[in-house]
Design a protein around this ligand. Structure first.
Ligand SMILES: C[S@@+](CC[C@H](N)C(=O)[O-])C[C@H]1O[C@@H](n2cnc3c(N)ncnc32)[C@H](O)[C@@H]1O
Length: 401
């Protein structure tokens, strides 16, 4: 049977769903998502439909179907599970020239819904030649390929350029988001940092311009203003510029400054959050930053400078990024400010790399125990650290993954 594929604009248009079971529920929700004015006709409805009806997103006609129900409808879905009723709906729809979705009956259905996935602004709709399983498998494969960037969409046009501030996660390419990967696959220019997951750069097409603005600790080769200007200039050439950063762009990543610089220059900006090292590197060492009964909150602070007043109880976790070189002063300052020197403390270096190393001690002893620690490293201070000691060895043990 040949079909004519079509995209329907259903916003505000009346669509009737006859039936209140699982199939009707799924379809009704999909139709609501398209903005349709959905009317369900059925003596009974599923719990999910009942909640949507309660919220006012769907109108319910609580009775059996009758012929006038299709008046004013643009489309009807029938899924009552009663063949005689579904046939009647299909006949009425035919007589009124309304397309009818009628699952499991290709002879009487006048419309089919494909297997659908949405990836950003792209809609994938697959018809499997009557085989729903085949359609779903193909749809999933295409959606995954688009999300991961395996199927690049490099020719999306941004005539006025685009800057995407992409959080690259803590170094493991598996922790870069699907959206970040997709933007990388579309990029004309990639501007990356020292802590960005650099292995993904090898996957870029040969003509992508790759610019390293990586900062070493205490050594800033490219000033921030120049990085901002670089992003703006390339975007003004109509290019898709991905600014690939370690962790999350807004956690000590200067993402906010880059966003403002681009906005001030009238450049479109997309921000893609990333998995921050503050949480992920702790997790890689077996430390949950919160844990029921142990820690009820956490603070993420920079270790570059004096920490000032911070919550002092062990049930509030402190995560310190950077500043591993001034660990001794930091620990001394915290103890002088009233933090318990016995608070379990961990330094985790090079998280997610083969050289990841965790040093567990107390606030009073960590500076000695981790005196040779190197950047990048995070320091975690709080009772949750003892959970790692429980799984990875006792306090005082140094561990390399
Ligand atoms: C300039 S901050 C950037 C933080 C980043 N935006 C984030 O959300 O993770 C750099 C600091 O993040 C921490 N860091 C980032 N990646 C790390 C990793 N793989 N292992 C340990 N620490 C890491 C270190 O404290 C490092 O000095």
């Amino acid at each position: 049977m040949s079909i004519f594929p079509l995209g329907l604009r259903l916003e505000g248009r009346r669509v009737v769903v006859v039936g209140g079971g699982h199939v009707a529920t799924r379809r009704a929700f999909a139709l609501v998502e398209s903005g349709a004015d959905v009317h369900v006709v059925s003596p009974a409805v599923s719990d999910s439909l009942a909640s949507a009806i309660g919220r006012g997103t769907i109108t319910w006609h609580e009775r059996a179907y009758h012929c006038g129900d299709l008046d004013g409808a643009w489309l009807v879905q029938t899924a009552t599970g009663v063949p005689a009723v579904d046939d009647l709906v299909a006949d009425d729809a035919e007589a009124r020239q309304i397309f009818c979705l009628k699952g499991g009956d290709p002879e009487r259905a006048t419309a089919w819904t494909p297997a659908v996935a949405r990836v950003d602004d792209v809609t994938i709709a697959v018809s499997g030649g009557g085989d729903a399983g085949r359609a779903s498998a193909l749809r999933d494969a295409l959606a995954t390929a688009l999300q991961t960037g395996d199927l690049p969409l490099r020719h999306r046009t941004h005539p006025r350029g685009l800057v995407a501030l992409v959080g690259g996660g803590p170094g493991d390419p598996g922790l870069l988001t699907a959206r970040g990967r997709r933007l990388l696959a579309e990029a004309d220019v990639v501007v990356f940092d020292r802590l960005a997951p650099q292995s993904v750069l090898a996957e870029l097409a040969a003509d992508v311009e790759v610019i390293d603005v990586g900062k070493q600790p205490d050594h800033h080769p490219i000033p921030q203003e120049q990085i901002n200007a670089l992003l703006v200039d390339r975007a003004r050439e109509g290019k898709v510029v991905v600014r690939l950063k370690g962790g999350d762009p807004y956690v000590f990543g200067r993402g906010g400054e880059e966003l403002l610089a681009c906005r001030e220059a009238g450049i479109e900006v997309e921000v893609v959050p990333g998995v921050t090292s503050a949480i992920a590197v702790a997790a890689a060492a077996g430390i949950p930053v919160t844990h029921r009964g142990v820690a009820r909150g956490f603070s993420v602070v920079t270790g570059h400078e004096s920490l000032g007043e911070l919550p002092r109880r062990g049930d509030h976790t402190l995560v310190m990024l950077m500043g591993v070189k001034r660990l001794r002063s930091t620990a001394d300052e915290l103890i002088a400010a009233g933090h318990d020197p016995e608070t379990p403390t961990a330094v985790i270096e090079r998280g997610f790399s083969p050289d990841q190393r965790t040093t567990i001690a107390t606030l009073g002893t960590i500076a000695d125990r981790a005196s040779d620690a190197v950047s990048p490293a995070i320091t975690v201070i709080g009772d949750v650290v003892s959970l790692a000691a429980a799984t990875t060895g006792s306090v005082g043990v140094r561990q390399t993954s």
